[in-house]
Write a protein that binds this ligand. Structure first.
Ligand SMILES: Nc1ncnc2c1ncn2[C@@H]1O[C@H](COP(=O)(O)OP(=O)(O)OP(=O)(O)O)[C@@H](O)[C@H]1O
Ligand SMILES: O=C(O)C1=C[C@@H](O)[C@@H](O)[C@H](O)C1
Ligand SMILES: [Mg+2]
Length: 189
């Protein structure tokens, strides 16, 4: 992972993006603990505000409504107080405005899980409570996985996850990356 030119890592948020089940929530919480940053997960925040689970929001209000709430929340969180870890919902980064605000106010890290590992290890854990995966064949899910990679590719850094060891090391590697970036800025502002 390389620090992007012109982006101050002292002040920015850390934003985690990637496909559903990539580990944004799990890893984000771990990284925030390691860095002593506040943590916010957009799905959890929306669940708290609207007193509904994500599947309930999809069922009762519809996906378009969910996407608007998600976008507005991310714009508020990103532009507000800095130095937090923000884990996005898996579809949030497909919205142009979300990409813009995250890239402007955050160091955007893509959790790049391989298709094979995702299918074997992550899909079985999440399949029942991600509305977007319901009623889709594996072929359709695979297509969505690779279509979304085009948007996730707009990032500052990515971390490849292809096995259990990568999974266990992901949070530590991201925290170390951010610490190094911040130290380098102190020496060479
Ligand atoms: N680093 C990790 N260590 C242990 N388990 C993990 C790790 N990352 C992900 N998992 C497991 O994979 C599943 C999905 O993880 P998680 O909910 O964090 O993904 P997500 O990227 O936040 O998904 P979504 O986009 O749907 O919010 C969970 O069952 C979680 O326990
Ligand atoms: O990838 C997606 O489109 C989604 C991912 C989850 O985090 C939730 O935001 C919701 O289930 C939609
Ligand atoms: Mg999540």
């Amino acid at each position: 992972m390389k620090v992007p030119d012109g982006l101050s890592c002292q002040e920015q948020n850390l934003v985690l993006i990637g496909f559903m089940g990539a580990g944004k929530t799990t890893v984000g919480e771990q990284v925030a603990g390691m860095l002593g940053f506040d943590f916010a997960d957009t799905d959890r925040e929306l669940e708290k505000v609207h007193h509904m689970s994500v599947p309930q929001m999809f069922a009762r209000k519809g996906e378009a409504w969910f996407r608007r709430q998600e976008r507005d929340l991310i714009v508020r969180l990103c532009a507000g107080e800095q130095r937090k870890v923000l884990s996005l919902g898996g579809g949030a980064y497909l919205q142009e405005e979300v990409r813009r605000v995250c890239l402007k106010h955050g160091l955007v890290v893509f959790l790049d899980v391989s298709w094979e590992y995702w299918k074997e290890e992550r899909y079985p854990r999440i399949r029942d409570n991600r509305p977007v995966l319901q009623d889709k064949t594996m072929e359709e899910i695979k297509r969505l996985f690779f279509e979304r990679r085009r948007q996730y590719a707009l990032n500052h850094a990515s971390i490849a996850i292809t096995n259990r060891k990568d999974t266990e090391q992901a949070a530590g590697r991201i925290a170390a990356f951010l610490r190094r970036a911040r130290e380098a800025e102190k020496v060479n502002p």
